[in-house]
Design a protein around this ligand. Structure first.
Ligand code: PRX
Length: 636
């Protein structure tokens, strides 16, 4: 997005919701409730928490005695499954559809809350029979199939934690995550369908498990039916286990402390080692369900589709947990949006009567390329609200989404948040007048600021660093196994003020609307996926030809950003097209296809500081023909 588009869109072009939308909205007055949620934060969250089922009520809403290690609802006993499944079984929702799933080849499965409970309970007993204990972390590496959800929910039910690794990740990324979580059990599948091809997850899992001495058991779902290697005494077919008497459909839901670990989810940061953000049963359940209900105005009759992958936080919070807690019917689709044709998503919206669609700017831009004729072939009149997440949505994509998909009837909820925040932080409500490209205003209980490096608020309209000034129930509690890194990464810079550093730059305009610009650390958002420059660089350096590497993100029309890598070769090697391809493949093999560099440039030297740090900022400026800024520390 160019600067001029950004600025010109900042204040003009206000989209007011229709009277019908406002009439139907759960929240009619944002300002009043927002003020109350700030002046009486604990009261606000206690009221929201009371909407959930607890085995035992909490003693304290917020315990800030060990800042920044905040605790929420301490003393409370809860299990997220008691809320996502068990409580619905006692009501008419027992027979309501919980999940509608469509595979890429067109196969369909549906599960009522009753059926979901059966599957989850059976698999929970299977996990128990494999010796899975409370507190243990099970790694899940699966395509978008219902068993992925069953596995996550079954872990939570018995008090084990899950670590879902995105199915697009490769051997190295998977092995590093299994190792960090010390998983004994891995749940995977023989593959998934993607654009008519099999994504061979089991082979990748086999290679990763070879490097992971902690793994004793691997459970494999048969999805595609192609031949895979199964190791005797270690690997078991999911359907075999689910057919045994151990897969009893009755399984008690474990009573957990509010602050007990629900899952860890790895995300990229500034160093090569991925960090496992830890989320808990109580606060996360309260936060995700509250944000989902108010922002998307969830009604019992709604069909909700979060077209994300469960391997990322969006999938965890808004595809699996919050829709189930809110008793919604959710849609899950296995494959690519443009397979076999670019109308696949619109066909799904029409076929199932989807009311709310939540997706990413990159998906919108990707589908926009195929033109309006594809969505126009379908009846999209069931849609009521739209959502966007993952990166700033450029006004052009916003307008297309609004006009062509939403038919100017559906407001777009542009939700800003992160793996670390657990749920929406800055977001419109259906009643909010919208400005294309702005995530608008903070959610209830959330206080934000845009500040300079000293923590001084910048002037309205000026760019600064985005901070969050007070705790919220959905916040990650720590980085698994590395509390120091948690403090260092998020809380050190504004220690005096006690603020959370988001790692994004942003502006707040004169109406108080937030405009997120992008990451200011060494994180690149490629198609909304979060990748660390260090991960890409270390993947490149594992190739024998490479002595040094630097990776940066440069603007890309569809992906938002694309990876550009700069490498210095070892003396025996010469630059060339073939080697360039080989290096790109190396990154795919190590991390996954999403990390494939767009271009590789061979260099003799890299711009470095005198202390030897690569100045990626300088590479970026040069590549874009921009001013290099302050280069007084440049050694070159
Ligand atoms: O840079 C922001 C961008 O995505 C980052 C968080 O990435 P991740 O932890 O992978 O979570 C993505 C899904 C919640 C943020 O620091 N980001 C996310 N949503 C938006 C966004 N940038 C602008 N607008 C958004 N709506």
């Amino acid at each position: 997005m160019s600067e001029s588009t950004k600025n010109s869109s900042m204040n003009s072009d206000l989209h007011h919701p229709s009277a019908e939308t406002v009439d139907a909205a759960l929240i009619k007055d944002y300002e009043t409730l927002y003020r109350r949620s700030i002046t009486d934060r604990e009261g606000f969250w206690a009221e929201e928490a009371s909407k959930l089922d607890w085995f035992q009520k909490w003693d304290k809403v917020l315990d800030d005695s060990k800042k920044p290690f905040f605790k929420w609802f301490s003393g409370g006993k809860i299990n997220i499954i008691q809320n996502a499944i068990d409580r619905h079984l006692k009501t008419w929702r027992r027979n309501k559809l919980a999940i509608i799933w469509e595979g890429e080849p067109g196969d369909v499965k549906t599960f009522s809350y009753h059926a979901l409970n059966r599957e989850v309970s059976k698999f929970a007993n299977v996990l128990k029979s494999m010796g899975v204990k409370k507190g243990e972390i099970v790694t899940i590496y699966m395509p978008q199939i219902p068993e992925l959800m069953f596995a996550m929910l079954a872990c939570a039910k018995i008090g084990a934690a899950h670590s879902v690794v995105y199915g697009g990740f490769s051997v190295e990324a998977l092995a590093a995550r299994i190792e960090d979580a010390k998983s004994r059990v891995v749940v995977t599948a023989d593959g998934g369908w993607r654009r008519g091809k099999i994504n061979d997850l089991k082979s990748i899992a086999n290679d990763a498990i070879k490097r992971s001495p902690t793994v004793e058991v691997c459970i494999c779902v048969r999805r595609t039916g192609h031949d895979v290697y199964m190791e005797n005494d270690r690997d078991f077919w999911y359907h075999d286990l689910m057919g045994l008497p151990i897969a009893n459909p009755n399984c008690p839901t474990e009573v957990m402390d509010s602050e007990d670990m629900l899952f860890i989810l790895y995300t990229s940061g500034t160093t090569g080692k991925p960090k496992g953000l830890l989320h808990t049963h109580g606060g996360y359940a309260v936060y995700t369900s509250t944000t989902h209900r108010y922002v998307f105005d969830i009604k019992d009759e709604d069909r909700w589709w979060c077209a994300a992958d469960p391997g990322w936080i969006t999938g965890h919070s808004y595809m699996v947990y919050s829709p189930l807690i809110n008793g919604a019917t959710l849609m899950m689709y296995e494959g690519a949006p443009n397979h076999p044709y670019p109308n696949r998503w619109w066909q799904i919206v029409e076929k199932y009567g989807i009311n709310i669609l939540y997706t990413s700017p990159t998906a919108i831009r990707g589908l926009m390329r195929f033109g309006e004729a594809w969505p126009k072939r379908h009846d999209l009149s069931s849609l009521r609200l739209l959502g966007s997440v993952g990166e700033p949505i450029n006004p052009e994509a916003w307008r297309w989404y609004h006009r062509v998909i939403g038919q100017e009837r559906c407001p777009i909820m542009d939700t800003w948040w992160q793996t670390e925040t657990g749920g929406f932080m800055v977001t419109p409500l259906p009643i909010t007048p919208l400005k294309p490209g702005s995530a608008t205003k903070p959610f209830f209980g959330i206080e934000i600021g845009v500040v300079d490096e000293h923590g001084k608020e910048v002037k309205r309209g000026e760019e600064g660093k985005l901070v969050i000034k007070s705790p919220w129930p959905g916040m990650a509690r720590t980085i698994y196994g590395d509390a120091d890194r948690y403090v260092e990464t998020y809380w050190k810079e504004y220690e005096k003020q006690g603020w959370y550093k988001a790692g994004d730059s942003a502006r707040i305009d004169e109406d108080g609307y937030l405009w997120v610009i992008g990451r200011i650390d060494d994180v690149i958002k490629v198609s909304g996926y979060r990748l660390g420059t260090a991960e890409i660089e270390s993947a490149l350096i594992t190739h024998p030809a490479v002595s040094e590497a630097a990776a940066i993100g440069l603007p890309h029309e569809v992906k938002g950003n694309a990876i550009h890598a700069y490498v210095i070769l070892r003396s025996k090697f010469t630059p060339g097209k073939e080697l360039e391809e080989e290096l790109k493949e190396q990154v795919v093999k190590e991390i996954g296809p999403i990390a494939r560099p767009e271009a590789i440039t061979f260099m003799d030297v890299l711009p470095k500081t005198r202390s030897g740090k690569i100045m990626r900022r300088v590479l970026k400026a040069r590549a874009q023909g921009l001013n290099e800024g302050d280069i007084s520390t440049l050694e070159e």
